[in-house]
Each structure stands twice: as structure tokens, then as C-alpha cells.
Design a protein around this ligand. Structure first.
Ligand SMILES: [Zn+2]
Length: 429
């Protein structure tokens, strides 16, 4: 009796709720929701910018350069709104006219191999996106960044970057598609577990070899020459017991005047790369304090923890993806008669977006807490004042927003707003 009741409910649900038309409406609603959510947050954030310069920045900004920061933010906001609006229209048209199903049928007509079919499908979509993105990227680099004095890229570097990006993305798309389709076909039902393991291993490998394999494609890494700075970095690393494998200088000035640093590598492969623009603009003490902050992330096990969390999240994603793949009706809603890997990925990317938004917010909350801890570590083991100066200089240098809206921070910021970090660094122990 009970079972018949459940079965009846299921049949009714299946007929009235889980039909391809309703699923299509759900997709449309999710896409529109995501767009509105992002746009409203951007709008609030823009309105929140105050015209007075905070006291701590009086020495770093005059009213002219402060106004420049505001205008920079507004101009960049406009171009990114236009880009997300075009992408909204494109996605809605693709859904409304069953474009995904059409491209899928086209891709399937080329080959009997699912790996080839799915690769062609993703490459068509990627290439289309790539072409639409070029004018935006051109405008942003050569018009906006140029106007505000950041751009150091010439046309040759720009074109080469695009070609390299195209090649690397193609290798990644085809490689990932082949790996995933192979696992799905080989293991069949219950594939999610193997897909999870495969993707996790790949992610760890890419993380380990990022500085050795990916970075040199775009930039030149030269070992930091012997001297004051190198001695100070090594003395600090030795003092806190952090083994550095390599200290590099990276030619960031080839593209932009903005300064940066990155740290890469797991276990024994730890690498630090300082942008040449960073070295030019900061004192040795400021540079070591930035390094101390990064060492703090390592010592407090933030890197390990976020890796574990990302892998767990990947597990949930793979599991839900297998469930999504078991409904042909979901594929029908995109205009494909049968479910397959690439249609499953497209459908899943829509369905997962609300959950992705929530996990993104949770990860950002954790990340902001970790940033405070890493700052604290730099303050205790090195010099909080030097770090404060470094952070202020970096912020002025990149014309970053000093008054982000709290809701915008809550959703999007992986780092706490600068003023909060400076206040925490000032607190006596
Ligand atoms: Zn950090």
C-alpha cells in the first residue's frame, strides 16, 4: 500500500514537475537569477564608494589620484557589466532555441567516439566564447588599463598570449574530456567515485608543477640574484623553519605595472616568485613581510585545509553529476534526445549554480579568516608595520576599492577589506 502510494506520487511528480519544459524554465530562471544577483551587488558596491580619503591613506593619495581610482573602478565595472549582459543574452538564446542540443547533434555527426564527440562540442563552445572575448580583452588592456597607466603589453605579447591561451585551454579541454569520458564508459554506474579520484589527482599534480610547467609558457623566471634581499629572505625562512626550494623573479613588467607575488608548490617543491614590479616598488623589509604572510598560510596549514575542502567539494560535485546524468528528461530540456557527457555537463553547470554560490560564500568566509591569521603570523614572526606599508602601497598601486559594500565583501571577497586588515595589524598584543 505504502509503496503504491509512493509510486503514484513519483509518477505524478515525474509527469507534472520533471518534464523537459519545466526543467527548461528552471534553467532560464537560474540564469536570470545569477545575472540579477551579480548586477545588483555590483551596483550596491559602486554606490558605496565614499569621496573622502581614509586617514591612513592621506600620505598615499592626493585627491586627484583618489578620484582616478574611483573612475578606474567605474570604467572597469561598465565593461564587465556589458560583457555579462551579452553572455546572459547568448545563454538565454541558446536555451530558448535549443542551441546546445543543436551543437551536440552536430558534434555527434562527426564521429562514433564519445570522446571525440564531446571534445568537438566543448571546443565549438569554447572557440565561440574565445572570439567574443577578444574585443573585451582588447578594450580592457589597450583602452582602460592604458588610460590609467597600467598597461605595458604590446600587440605582439597580446596576440601571443591569446594563442598560447587557446592552445593550453584546448589541451586542457580535450585532456579533461578524454579522462572523464573514459572513466564514465569504463566504470559505468558508480563512476563518480573514480571520476573524483582522477580529477583530484590531476588537480594535485597541476598544483605541484604549476610554477615549473605553466608559468614559463607566459613569463620568464630568473633566480633572484645574490644580495641583500636574498640574504634577508633566506635568513627569515631559516628562522621560522620554512624550506624554500626556489626564489624567482618573474617579468610581470612585460604586461602590467601592477605588482604581485605568488607562491607555488607542495611538499618539497616550494617556490616563491616575486614580480619585478613588486621588487622595484617595495623595501626589502616590506617584501620579506609579504613573504612572512605567505609562510603564515603554510604554517597554519591553510593551504592543506583548502586543498582538502576543494577535494571534498569535488566529490559532492561528481556524485551529483552522476545523478544528473541519469535523467534523459534533463537532456531533452536542452534539445538533445539522449543524455551524454557534454549535455550533462552543461545541464549540471546550470543546476549546480545555486549550490556553487553558497559553497563559494562559505569558502570566502574561511579564506578571510585565514588572511587575518596569516597577517598575524607575519606580525609575530617578522614585522606588522612593514606589512601594513606593503599592503597600503599595493592597494594604492592597483587603485583598489577602499570602501567595498559589506554584502559584496561577504559574497565575493576572499581577502578582508584593506582597512580591516590594517586595523587588525595595529592592535597591540
Ligand atoms: Zn594571504
Amino acid at each position: 500500500m505504502k509503496i503504491t502510494l509512493i509510486l503514484t506520487i513519483f509518477v505524478i511528480l515525474n509527469y507534472y514537475v520533471l518534464n523537459s519544459e519545466n526543467i527548461l524554465y528552471a534553467f532560464l530562471a537560474l540564469v536570470i537569477f545569477n545575472f540579477l544577483f551579480t548586477t545588483v551587488l555590483e551596483y550596491l558596491n559602486d554606490k558605496y564608494w565614499k569621496d573622502d580619503i581614509p586617514d591612513e591613506f592621506k600620505d598615499y593619495y592626493d585627491s586627484k589620484s583618489y578620484l582616478k581610482a574611483k573612475n578606474y573602478k567605474i570604467e572597469r565595472g561598465k565593461i564587465s557589466s556589458l560583457s555579462s549582459f551579452i553572455s546572459l543574452i547568448f545563454t538565454l538564446l541558446m536555451l530558448f532555441y535549443y542551441g546546445f542540443g543543436f551543437i551536440s547533434d552536430l558534434a555527434i555527426s562527426f564521429s562514433d567516439s564519445v570522446i571525440v564527440q564531446s571534445s568537438i562540442f566543448f571546443m565549438i563552445l569554447y572557440f565561440f566564447n574565445f572570439l567574443i572575448g577578444i574585443p573585451f580583452s582588447y578594450y580592457s588592456t589597450f583602452i582602460i588599463e592604458e588610460k590609467y597607466g597600467f598597461n605595458k603589453t604590446d600587440i605582439k605579447t597580446f596576440v601571443l598570449d591569446k594563442i598560447k591561451g587557446l592552445i593550453i585551454s584546448s589541451v586542457l579541454i580535450i585532456g579533461l574530456t578524454s579522462l572523464a569520458v573514459f572513466i564514465i564508459e569504463f566504470f559505468g554506474s558508480g563512476f563518480w567515485l573514480w571520476l573524483w579520484i582522477g580529477l583530484s589527482l590531476l588537480m594535485i599534480l597541476i598544483n605541484m608543477f604549476y610554477a615549473d610547467l605553466i608559468v614559463p609558457i607566459f613569463n620568464k623566471l630568473t633566480p633572484l640574484e645574490d644580495g641583500e634581499l636574498r640574504n634577508k629572505i633566506e635568513a627569515y625562512s631559516k628562522k621560522v623553519g620554512y624550506s624554500l626550494k626556489n626564489i624567482f623573479v618573474i617579468d610581470g613588467s612585460k604586461r602590467s605595472s601592477k605588482a604581485n607575488a605568488f607562491f607555488s608548490g607542495l611538499g618539497p617543491r616550494k617556490t616563491i616568485a616575486l614580480y619585478d614590479t613588486l621588487i622595484q616598488k617595495h623595501s626589502d623589509e616590506e617584501l620579506v613581510s609579504v613573504l612572512a604572510h605567505e609562510v603564515g598560510h603554510f604554517k597554519k596549514k591553510h593551504i592543506l585545509f583548502s586543498m582538502i575542502l576543494t577535494i571534498l567539494q569535488l566529490g559532492v560535485i561528481c556524485y551529483l553529476f552522476e545523478i544528473c546524468m541519469s535523467f534523459d528528461v534533463i537532456a531533452n530540456s536542452l534539445g538533445s534526445s539522449k543524455m551524454n557527457f557534454h549535455i550533462g555537463i552543461i545541464a549540471f553547470s546550470f543546476l549546480y549554480s545555486p549550490l556553487g554560490l553558497i559553497t563559494g560564500i562559505l569558502m570566502n568566509i574561511l579564506s578571510r579568516k585565514n588572511e587575518f591569521e596569516a597577517d598575524e603570523y607575519a606580525k609575530l614572526t617578522y614585522d606588522g608595520n612593514a606589512l601594513s606599508i606593503a599592503l597600503k602601497k599595493l592597494s594604492v598601486d592597483s587603485l583598489s576599492n577602499l570602501y567595498p559594500h559589506p554584502l559584496y565583501v561577504f559574497v565575493h571577497y576572499s581577502h578582508p577589506p584593506l582597512i580591516e586588515r590594517l586595523n587588525a595589524l595595529k592592535k597591540p598584543h
